[in-house]
Design a protein around this ligand. Structure first.
Ligand SMILES: N[C@@H](CCC(=O)N[C@@H](CS)C(=O)NCC(=O)O)C(=O)O
Length: 225
């Protein structure tokens, strides 16, 4: 059965799935859903993912939204060591991905990043907007410090000290910070990890469009970390 990924190349959570597919050369075709023209809001795509978001995976008439679940499914289906079978090792990967999704991504993506670059994320008043960004910045600094000191300060990778789908997931979320000019100078272990992960052969091709978008935003003033 053919596997198809609905995605957008700039999308923070499409990128880890695409990176994993391309790095592991998995037989998954891709279809762009153009977020910029609102293609994801049309009935054709809501029938695939009622949340009207990318990514979503399709296999025949079976559909799977949610980037974290898609990574786990693909790694399991193709028997990839990046999602270990041993229960305690697997639990560590699951735990790390839940942490990335609920603690790091919420405040970093939806608190700091998106309100500053996407008009639809701007809050109704200047005060509300400033408050959202200030809150996101403070909270994501806490999460980044944990990632830097307690996780990557002790190991080269996020879980079990070897590369896993948690690294694919986390690094694409963290590097979305390049859109607002994040340099991560206060997080040297995070910087080292980004350096290592960006040596993956699929890194350049998968992230080209995101870096192009980051280039187009250069020169604007952003709250950053
Ligand atoms: N929890 C979802 C989040 C998906 C998500 O936020 N996708 C964004 C792109 S990064 C999207 O489709 N945004 C379009 C919109 O919300 O209008 C996942 O991890 O897959």
């Amino acid at each position: 059965m053919t596997l198809k990924l609905y995605m957008h190349p700039v999308s923070t959570v499409s990128r880890p799935v695409r990176l994993f597919i391309q790095e592991k050369k998995l037989p998954v075709t891709e279809q762009v859903v153009d977020l910029m023209t609102g293609e994801h809001l049309k009935p054709e795509y809501s029938a695939i993912n009622p949340s009207k978001q990318v990514p979503a995976l399709e296999e025949g008439d079976w559909r799977l939204p949610e980037s974290s679940a898609i990574l786990k499914y693909l790694a399991s289906r193709f028997d990839c060591p990046e999602y270990p079978k041993e229960l305690k090792e697997r639990a560590k990967v699951d735990s790390a991905m839940d942490w990335i999704n609920t603690m790091l991504y919420r405040d970093f993506g939806y608190g700091l990043l998106y309100p500053q670059i996407f008009p639809q994320h701007k809050r109704p008043t200047d005060d509300q907007h400033k408050g959202t960004v200030a809150w996101g910045k403070e909270k994501c600094q806490t999460a980044l410090a944990i990632l830097d000191r307690d996780i990557l300060g002790k190991n080269d990778y996020i879980a079990n000290n070897r590369i896993s789908i948690a690294d694919y997931f986390g690094v694409c979320i963290v590097t979305a910070g390049e859109l607002i000019g994040c340099k991560f100078d206060n997080y040297p272990n995070v910087k080292r990890w980004i350096g290592n992960m960006s040596k993956l052969s699929a890194w350049g091709p998968v992230n080209e469009v995101m870096y192009g978008f980051a280039g187009s935003l250069k020169g604007q003033q952003f709250e950053t970390v």
